[in-house]
Design a protein. Structure first.
Length: 250
């Protein structure tokens, strides 16, 4: 059995990913504090559910998917020593997690919301004894990238965890731009979606893509001048830096 503590956005995205990947959902348990919400999860995913109070984690594989600030409360409500604790909490270091929840092995992972479509890229670190198992579990929700340490998970949070929200804002702005110059919203949205889909398929490094698209005296060069004039590159760099710094304050 694999247990997920939490039934929020990310827990549901992981459950969808597991289901897409044909994980045996009867061998998944969801643990939480609200009976009503547990019932809904049970119906939606065909999983077993358990109330958090007094839940015994002994020898179990547990994915922790609650708010980072809930760590203290969770530790007071559960009992036992887990086999492996997989935490997806932003900003909570392995050392901190170890203080609150007892387990033989610990893994920290940073997936994203694309887990629901089995398209997350998940950064993972922790005890090498369970590296293979961690890679197996998280491969159900997409690709897995093993990183060196906690700090790299915090850095990955800025790109992988929060990244979909940043790209959503960029996508929305691109579509708005299309509408501004005269496209119908429906077409602007379709083209923008198509752009992101096309981009994900281009197997070249980033500067190579830019160089191949940017023609001398062409349309792209005009757009890039506007981006550079408005410090788009520096702004995005700072967005990543600030996001990383915030994870250190959670
Ligand atoms: N959203 C994302 O894209 C990503 C999120 N994460 C991480 O995943 C975790 C969950 O985030 P997300 O799913 O977005 O959050 P949600 O707000 O959607 O869900 C939060 C979950 O935490 C539970 N919870 C909150 N407080 C407590 C508490 N005191 N005791 C017990 N349970 C509690 C909630 O239960 P209840 O409803 O009963 O309050 C709920 O199950 C976070 O740690 C976040 O950093 C990581 C990568 C991406
Ligand atoms: O915004 C957050 O704090 C969480 C962590 C990464 C994505 N969502």
């Amino acid at each position: 059995m694999l247990y997920i503590v939490g039934y929020g956005e990310m827990a549901k995205a992981i459950l969808r990913g597991l289901k897409n990947g044909k994980w045996d959902m009867e061998n998944v348990g969801v643990v939480g504090r609200n009976e009503e919400k547990l019932k809904n999860i049970e119906k939606e995913f065909n999983v077993k559910t358990f109330l958090l109070d007094g839940f015994d984690i002994t020898d179990k594989e547990i994915i922790l998917a609650v708010k980072p600030y809930a760590l203290t409360e969770i530790s007071m409500r559960i009992k036992g020593v887990a086999n492996t604790l997989y935490s997806i909490l932003a900003g909570k270091s392995l050392t901190e997690i170890e203080k609150y929840i007892k387990a033989k092995f610990y893994i920290r992972a940073m997936p994203n919301i694309a887990a629901a479509f089995s398209a997350s890229t998940t950064a993972v670190t922790g005890d090498v004894e369970v590296k293979k198992r961690a890679e197996e579990i998280f491969s159900y929700i997409g690709d897995v990238v093993w990183v060196e340490n906690d700090d790299e998970i915090d850095m990955a949070t800025a790109i992988i965890g929060s990244g979909p929200a940043f790209l959503a804002i960029i996508a929305e702005a691109v579509s708005d731009g299309g509408v501004y110059i005269g496209l119908k919203r429906e077409i602007a949205n379709k083209l923008t979606k198509g752009l992101f889909k096309s981009f994900s398929k281009i197997d070249m490094n980033f500067s190579e893509i830019k160089d191949k698209v940017m023609s001398p005296k062409g349309t792209t060069a005009e757009g890039i001048l506007e981006m550079e004039d408005n410090k788009a590159r520096g702004t995005i760099l700072k967005v990543i830096k600030k996001t990383y710094e915030k994870s250190k304050k959670l």
